[in-house]
Design a protein around this ligand. Sequence first.
Ligand SMILES: Cc1cc2nc3c(=O)[nH]c(=O)nc-3n(C[C@H](O)[C@H](O)[C@H](O)COP(=O)(O)OP(=O)(O)OC[C@H]3O[C@@H](n4cnc5c(N)ncnc54)[C@H](O)[C@@H]3O)c2cc1C
Length: 323
Amino acid sequence: MGGFAKEVATVENEADLQELFALLEPERKWFVLGGGSNVIFPDGDVDTLIVKLAPSGIALDSDNGDEVIVGAGGGTVWDDVVAYCVEHNFCGIEALSAIPGSAGATPVQNVGAYGTEIKDVLISLEAFDVFERTIVTFSNSECGFGYRDSLFKREGRGRYIITKITLRLHRGDARVPNYPGVAEYFAANNISSPTLADIRNAITTIRWTKLPDPRLIASVGSFFKNVFVSVEQAEKLKKEFPGLKSFPVNDGTVKIPAGALLDLAGFKGKRFGNLSFYKNNALVIVNEGGATRSELVDLIKNVTLRVHDLFGVELESEPEMIS
Ligand SMILES: Cc1cc2nc3c(=O)[nH]c(=O)nc-3n(C[C@H](O)[C@H](O)[C@H](O)COP(=O)(O)OP(=O)(O)OC[C@H]3O[C@@H](n4cnc5c(N)ncnc54)[C@H](O)[C@@H]3O)c2cc1C
């Protein structure tokens, strides 16, 4: 969806970043693009300069037996990092298998799946500070992580280019994600003591039944963030909609999956022009071919209004719209 970028700069290291930003006129708009799996381009030509990091690999930074420290370059494919760790029996990110995109993008929206978020394992990251023209280090607590959120999506947007992430992982027993689909997968495959590789296989298999393969069908994965409401509001909603799924959260709020709201609202599998809500997962909007961004923007507006009218909650989009 959307037009083509007129200019793309691929950078390999800090020297390239220094050179690029020294050359760039101050008013020139730029945008750092990873795998492009969570962004939506505008229709027509894109004047914004697209900055891409070349893949720079994965390294074992330290190993003390039980605990290992793994570093990955910002442009490295995230699932290659997961594959490397599972292969070497390093536990901690197997639940984040098969999330498309680059390692450098994972802290931006604090990627998460099956009970794990990148913030659970990230020790620190390095980023090129475009304002100061130097590499800076952020500790985990300095990243301002939240649900699908971080400093890099807020005040740090347009300032930092994440060039390296450093993760703390461990050897030993892997934690099996406590999700019905995972248990069903192991039962169906007669696996009673899942290994790390079994967990990765389970997550990857389950994900591709619920999500369209981005190499074949265009989507940005989950389009809307889950909704968090007060206990009172959740009870009221459940009375009105008895089938509605909800999950209490430690902070005293209740999580309502956005997909469940869209499902109840009847969007699953429905087609609107060139766009549709994926047949296996209402949370995923699919470009059936030829969809424009303005078509998408109209659809989001209508869906958000409908969900608000029905449930009294506000849906928030997850992907970023490039201007
Ligand atoms: C089929 C599918 C399934 C998905 N499943 C999940 C899921 O389970 N959980 C989840 O959390 N997300 C999921 N996503 C969303 C997406 O995969 C993640 O957000 C991913 O981290 C985006 O990576 P990317 O490299 O493609 O980033 P892009 O889409 O290219 O960019 C996303 C944002 O990150 C910024 N960015 C990218 N690289 C850098 C960098 N090096 N430094 C600073 N900023 C940067 C961009 O400027 C942009 O703001 C899914 C997407 C798809 C298509």
